[in-house]
Design a protein around this ligand. Structure first.
Ligand SMILES: Nc1nc2c(ncn2[C@@H]2O[C@H](COP(=O)(O)OP(=O)(O)O)[C@@H](O)[C@H]2O)c(=O)[nH]1
Ligand SMILES: [Mg+2]
Length: 178
C-alpha cells in the first residue's frame, strides 16, 4: 500500500496535540469520527478513540501525515499501533510539569518496545529556558533512554512546528545514510 510518511504526536491531554495539528494542517485535518489511517486493515475502532490526523504539504510534492494520538492510558493500544506505523514521533511535554520526566519516560518506553521504533524528538510545548531543556535532556539520558533531542516548539506556531519537522527529516536522512 502506498502511504505517506507519518509523524505521530503523543503527550498528555491538553499539551497541544490538536492545536499543533490545526497549526500545521489547517482545514486539511480530520478528527476521529472518520479516521482511516490504513484502509487495508481495521479502521473501525479508530472511530471512537480520539485519534485525529492531518496532512502537510512540504512543497515539491513532499507530503507528510501527522497523527495525534490519544493521551489517556486506556487508549495506549491505539497509541502503540500508530507509533508502529510512524517514521517519527514528537513527544510533547511541558518540561516544567512535576511529572514531565515520568510521563516522557513512559512514552519513550512504549516507543522503544516497538519492533521498528520511529525516531523520537521531544518537543517542549510550553515556554522554558534553554537551561531547563538541557536539564530535561540530561535527565532523559540518565533515565536510560539514550540521547533524545529536546526542542522548544509552541504548538500554536506553524513555523516552529515546521522547524521541528525539518529537524526530524534531517535526522531521518542521516539515519538512512548509516
Ligand atoms: N499557553 C498555551 N496554551 C496552549 C498551547 N498549546 C495549546 N494550548 C491550549 O491548551 C488547550 C489544550 O490544547 P489541545 O491542543 O486541545 O491539547 P491536546 O489534548 O494535546 O490535543 C487548548 O485550549 C489550547 O488553546 C501553548 O503552547 N501554550
Ligand atoms: Mg486533542
Amino acid at each position: 500500500m502506498d502511504s505517506l510518511p507519518r509523524i505521530a504526536l503523543v503527550g498528555a491531554m491538553g499539551i497541544g496535540k490538536t492545536t499543533a495539528l490545526r497549526a500545521l494542517c489547517g482545514e486539511k485535518m480530520v478528527s476521529s469520527d472518520v479516521v482511516n489511517l490504513d484502509r487495508a486493515s481495521n479502521a473501525k475502532e479508530f472511530t471512537t478513540v480520539g485519534t485525529e490526523f492531518g496532512e502537510i504539504d512540504l512543497g515539491e510534492g513532499e507530503r507528510v501525515q501527522v497523527c495525534g494520538c490519544p493521551g489517556q492510558e486506556r487508549f495506549s493500544f491505539v497509541r502503540k499501533w500508530i507509533l508502529s506505523v510512524s517514521m517519527g514521533v514528537f513527544v510533547m511535554v511541558d518540561v516544567n510539569a512535576h511529572d514531565a520526566l515520568q510521563e516522557t519516560s513512559r512514552l519513550l518506553k512504549d516507543v522503544a518496545a516497538l519492533e521498528q521504533p520511529p525516531l523520537v524528538l521531544i518537543l517542549s510545548a510550553r515556554a522554558a529556558p534553554a537551561s531547563a531543556l538541557d536539564a530535561f535532556a540530561a535527565a532523559i539520558t540518565h533515565a536510560g533512554h539514550g540521547v533524545v533531542p529536546v526542542l522548544q516548539a509552541d504548538p500554536r506556531d506553524r513555523n516552529q512546528m515546521l522547524d521541528a519537522i525539518g529537524v526530524l527529516a534531517s535526522m531521518l536522512s542521516l539515519q538512512s545514510e548509516e
